[in-house]
Ligand binder design. Structure first.
Ligand code: ZN
Length: 172
């Protein structure tokens, strides 16, 4: 089932998500829908708040929707180590028609549980390190817009307000 992506400036994207206490059958079902939605939308990562669930859960596949070779389900992910710095251009399914350069850690170590509740530890670099930091940001209510400069953000807010007005006019 495809889930609807929550889009900026929806306040749900600005909330700190709750830890997952237990991996239930309902949660597994949600994970399946999230994975399907991530691939269908051409994403390399998706965080639960992006589909309106305020819980600490992300899905990641840095090989992308065509290859689908490295799917990771991470429950309660946490960055426990980070080193170096690297800047790259990022975009987000929840922030349409926007991208911005963001400086992040070059390598990170992430601790989490997988979909079976087993502890996992991932040491990541390159694209995977970027995705993990981007998705874990979502769990703390942070989007790429928050990383952008003030001017860039103001311009985007203006653009969104204009879209919204056009939409309202079209519906009127
Ligand atoms: Zn995102």
């Amino acid at each position: 089932m495809l889930l609807e992506i929550v889009k900026y400036p929806d306040p749900r994207l600005g909330e700190k998500c709750a830890r997952v206490a237990e991996i239930t059958p309902e949660l597994r079902e949600l994970i399946g829908h999230m994975v399907e939605t991530m691939y269908e939308k051409d994403g390399v990562g998706l965080a639960a708040p992006q589909i309106g669930e305020g819980i600490r859960l992300i899905t990641v596949d840095d090989t992308g929707p065509k290859e689908r070779k490295a799917l990771r389900i991470l429950v309660n992910p946490e960055i426990v180590e980070g080193e170096g710095a690297k800047e790259s251009e990022e975009s987000c399914l929840s922030v349409p028609a926007f991208s911005t350069k963001i400086k992040r850690k070059e390598t990170v170590t992430v601790k989490a549980q997988d979909e079976n509740g087993q502890d996992v530890r991932i040491r990541a670099e390159g694209l995977l390190a970027v995705i993990l930091q981007h998705e874990i940001d979502h769990l703390d209510g942070v989007t790429i817009v928050d990383h952008a400069g003030r001017l860039k953000r103001a311009l985007y807010d203006k653009k969104i307000a204009k879209w919204r007005k056009n939409r309202e006019q079209a519906q009127a």
